[in-house]
Design a protein around this ligand. Structure first.
Ligand code: NAG
Length: 527
């Protein structure tokens, strides 16, 4: 398919972790490349997915190979991600039967734990919407070596069901690239152990009579795609009493924001609902993979496609860290339980006001949704519904950690005078049927929600074979965005005579009357 290599080839790339500077560039001459990715009968240089790699000393050598140093980090050792094709066109993994890998590796002297086993690697396949080696990947194979340093030539078989697996999590059999990860999980490595790797060649072997690869096509034009921006909003440590706050307890927090196709900051007349999405225990605002890098991540694809085909109402999505204490991150480990519990203050008084002040957001609780996975699903119930029903009316708990008994949960809402008459417009719940963490409490909770008359629209989905993992959460997200923000006039008491033109007439009785008035005294952060 590739007769000629396009673009220019930079001979000596001086690469550091996330920056790339070309020393000298010129047109690529095929004969110059000793090594490189071989696809069918073409040979391409290695093309580094700079933003999606996690390694130091990344160097492209004269012979076309690439070397780097990767570091053990609590089982999440890094590595380098590569585009399969120089022009970032995808290949269809279905057309290939195996991958030949050729590389040298050596442990870095004085930086290798005496207890560590020989180096181990993972070949990771990056679907079209991956944001790099840690975003939206599928593991193809883990493989170990038999000495501390050496050369490895290895043939990795692509299982016959791999393409289906990829499609079930990414929707397309389209591969943007691959990553070679240092596997430091349960291998006796200490954090900081270092491994030097040199990738010399990689060859994707097509099946006999394989079809041609097709360029990726999701049917959308660029103008149908949303954009992703970053925000840093002022907030504080909500685990600290207000009277005891010091400067160290006030900070700005990073979050990702998705703006739908057609969003125009200067068009204040066109406003959108707001959706806040959070992560689970041990995770952070990057976990969902929404990003302004690469293709922007899987959930961006769901939003772009769903909004373009009309099954999803356009909204602004904020993916934030649900840990409201100063050890939140960025890129934090998200393990501060007190910070998780205290998220109410940040959500009500800082995050939502900031987003309302800085983006074109529709007024009222009808137009706000909250969802999270696992721990964040727990927060969706205990913080979103129990503490913020006056501000939010749409919820999704994805494999939610259920902290409350359903009867107590309902009684608490029914007994809260401030929430009188406030309906839950949409509640969605999902779990995998192989998720032992969640299954014990899930069925009783779902039954209790199903016949609760405070909920207008309830759906739940049991994911067959699903574990406590992303396939379940991605599907849950895609399901929920297709049901949310559609009962727009549920709280309008007068008969709804013209659904099409009634946006301006939305009534939200409680938006101006926050329940937690005593808590919002210090809220000066709305811009
Ligand atoms: C619209 O796109 C979403 C996201 O890809 C998809 O799940 C849904 O099935 C599509 N709906 C229609 C009617 O095509």
């Amino acid at each position: 398919m590739f007769k000629k290599l396009q673009g220019s080839f930079c001979w000596k790339l001086a690469l550091s972790v996330l920056s790339l500077s070309a020393v000298s560039c010129g047109p690529l001459n095929l004969e110059d490349v000793t090594y490189g990715i071989t696809l069918r009968d073409t040979k391409e240089k290695f093309n580094i997915f700079t933003d999606g790699s996690v390694a130091t000393n990344i160097e492209q050598l004269e012979d076309g190979s690439v070397s780097w140093v990767t570091t053990a980090a609590g089982g999440a050792g890094g590595g380098v991600a590569f585009y399969v094709k120089g022009n970032k066109e995808e290949i269809n993994i279905e057309n290939y039967e195996s991958i030949d890998l050729e590389m040298d590796y050596s442990v870095v002297e004085d930086k290798w734990s005496a207890e560590a086993m020989n180096p181990s690697f993972c070949m990771r396949i990056l679907p079209w919407d991956s944001t790099g080696m840690f975003g939206g990947y599928e593991d193809l194979e883990y493989f170990d070596t038999s000495s501390n340093s050496g050369s490895l030539t290895y043939n990795i078989k692509i299982p016959s069901d791999f393409s289906e697996k990829l499609k079930s999590s990414s929707d397309f059999d389209s591969v943007l690239g691959f990553a070679i990860k240092f596997n430091d999980y349960n291998r006796g490595n200490n954090d900081g152990d270092e491994l030097k790797v040199q990738l010399k060649n990689i060859k994707f072997n097509p099946k006999k009579d394989a079809a041609e690869d097709k360029a990726f096509d999701d049917g959308l034009t660029d103008s149908q795609r949303g954009t992703v921006v970053e925000i840093n909003y002022p907030t504080r440590d909500y685990t600290v009493n207000e009277a005891d706050l010091t400067d160290a307890d006030r900070y700005e927090k990073h979050a990702w924001v998705y703006l739908p196709a057609g969003y125009d900051a200067s068009d204040k007349e066109t406003e959108y609902p707001l959706f806040v999405l959070i992560h689970g225990f041990g995770q952070n605002e990057n976990t969902w993979g929404l990003s302004n890098k690469g293709r922007g991540g899987k959930i961006k694809g769901y939003m772009d496609r769903g909004m373009a085909n009309g099954s999803v109402e356009k909204f602004v999505l904020v993916v934030a860290t649900g840990v409201a204490s100063k050890n939140w991150g960025p890129n934090g480990l998200g393990t501060d339980i007190d910070g998780f519990y205290a998220f109410k203050g940040e959500l009500r008084d800082d995050l939502i006001p900031y987003v309302r002040a800085n983006f074109n957001i529709k007024e009222g609780r009808d137009n706000v949704a909250l969802s999270g996975l696992s721990m964040g699903g727990g927060q969706t119930f205990t913080i979103g519904i129990l503490e913020c029903l006056d501000l939010i009316s749409n919820f999704a708990g994805l494999s939610p950690a259920l902290f409350v008994e359903p009867a107590d949960f309902k009684a608490t809402i029914e007994g809260n005078k401030d929430f009188d008459g406030l309906m839950i417009h949409n509640l969605y719940m999902t779990t995998g049927d192989a998720d032992t963490l969640i299954l014990e409490k899930y069925p009783a909770f779902v039954e209790a929600m199903r016949d609760w008359d405070r909920i207008e629209n309830f759906k739940d989905y049991i994911f067959p074979g699903g574990t406590h993992d992303f396939p379940v959460w991605y599907k849950g997200f895609n399901d929920f965005i297709q049901m949310v923000f559609k009962n727009k006039n549920a709280e309008v008491v007068l008969p709804d005579i013209d659904a099409e033109s009634s946006d301006d007439a939305e009534i939200s009785v409680d938006a101006e009357n926050p329940v937690e008035a005593e808590d919002s005294a210090d809220d000066e952060n709305s811009d």
